[in-house]
Design a protein around this ligand. Structure first.
Ligand code: A2P
Length: 336
């Protein structure tokens, strides 16, 4: 797809990820001719600022995609299932941030630092992975290439922005209410999120794992192109606005020292190592919020297995975990 300028639709342009997509397109000087912000009928007529202009939000309909070259979807899996085929039919390439098509064997699931080559295989839709999976594979791919990962045990500390803009407001409003000795019933989360951690993201499956946990297992294998990698996840929502943390235990086939891992990660695209415990240097949600990198620290040997490491990985779930990764895919697409 080689043109000078592209007509880019952002589906869900009023949402937490959609707004960040518009911002990221501008920050990275994506060659946009027309921006087409789409959302529900509730938002039709609202305005989105982009590149010094105001662009009017239109209601998403099957005919929204005439003359659209690239459609970035971030309005949930139901909208992706209903409207992405119409977008492809109209000639657009869809980069979909939802879970709708991620495990479809016909759809590439892409993190550009890891498997950019898969973009070329698309048949109209390219899937953007789950936020927790993206940051984990960006950090683990260079280690996997060097020493082959056998098994990953991961516990996540996921911010509320991953559940959308209503969830962001819920944490703020609920915190304020509780500090004023007022009640605030949970709406977006199954339990109170202020001053609490909830070991439940997305719905439970019969296996006892949540769908979020299953995404981390299956998407990691698909992106790393290695079905032998074992992943054992626990995903937890924490009262943080932006930035997911992950405590990751990795068992390797071959030796991998903390020093070697630090060196590989320092050279890895999209990764920043922040690892100096002596001076309290380690990544935190506040390190990553608003930034592009995947931050890695607390790198240390796991003495309980032959070749093991523990790491702490943090990234902004709305940027690298969603909007930035989608825009990076679009950038690769137009390089094709
Ligand atoms: P709207 O703001 O009009 O409801 P978030 O993940 O932050 O909750 O954002 C969800 C995004 O998806 C918003 O832009 C929202 O638009 C959009 N959206 C939700 N439902 C629909 C729908 N039925 N049709 C089109 N867009 C939708």
């Amino acid at each position: 797809m080689i043109k000078k300028l592209y007509n880019v639709a952002v589906v869900g342009a009023t949402g937490a990820v959609g707004q960040e997509m518009v911002k990221t397109l501008e920050q990275r000087n994506f060659p946009v001719n027309n921006l087409i912000p789409l959302a529900s009928a509730r938002s039709a007529g609202a305005e989105v600022e982009f590149a010094g202009d105001k662009w009017t939000v239109e209601e998403l309909t099957p005919t929204s995609f005439a003359n659209v070259d690239i459609a970035l979807f971030s309005a949930g899996a139901a909208r992706s299932k209903d409207y992405a085929p119409a977008a492809v039919e109209s000639g657009a390439v869809v980069v979909d941030n939802s879970s709708a098509f991620r495990m479809d064997p016909e759809v590439p699931l892409v993190v550009p630092e890891v498997n950019a080559h898969a973009i070329a295989l698309h048949k109209g839709i390219i899937a953007n992975p789950n936020c927790s999976t993206i940051q984990m594979v960006v950090a683990l791919k260079p280690l996997h290439d060097a020493a082959r990962i056998k098994r990953i045990v991961v516990s996540t500390y996921q911010s509320v922005s991953g559940a959308g803009s209503q969830a962001i407001h819920e944490l703020g409003d609920q915190t304020r209410a509780l500090l004023n000795f007022q009640d605030y019933a949970p709406k977006k989360f199954p339990w109170q999120i202020a001053f609490n951690c909830i070991p439940h993201i997305d719905s439970f499956t019969e296996s006892g794992y949540t769908k979020e946990e299953l995404k981390m297992i299956h998407e990691t294998r698909k992106i790393m192109e290695d079905d032998s990698i074992q992943v054992s996840p626990t995903t937890v929502r924490v009262p943080v606005f932006y930035g997911h943390g992950e405590a990751v235990n990795v068992e390797f086939e071959e030796p991998m020292s903390p020093e070697a891992a630090r060196e590989l990660l320092r050279a890895a695209p999209g990764v920043e190592v922040v690892d100096d415990p002596a001076s309290n240097q380690y990544p935190m949600a506040i390190t990553a919020a608003g930034k592009d990198a995947v931050y890695v620290g607390r790198i240390r040997k796991d003495e309980s297995v032959e070749h093991g490491l523990n790491l702490w990985i943090v990234s902004d779930n709305i940027r690298k975990g969603a909007a930035l990764n989608a825009v990076q895919i679009a950038e690769k697409l137009i390089e094709e």
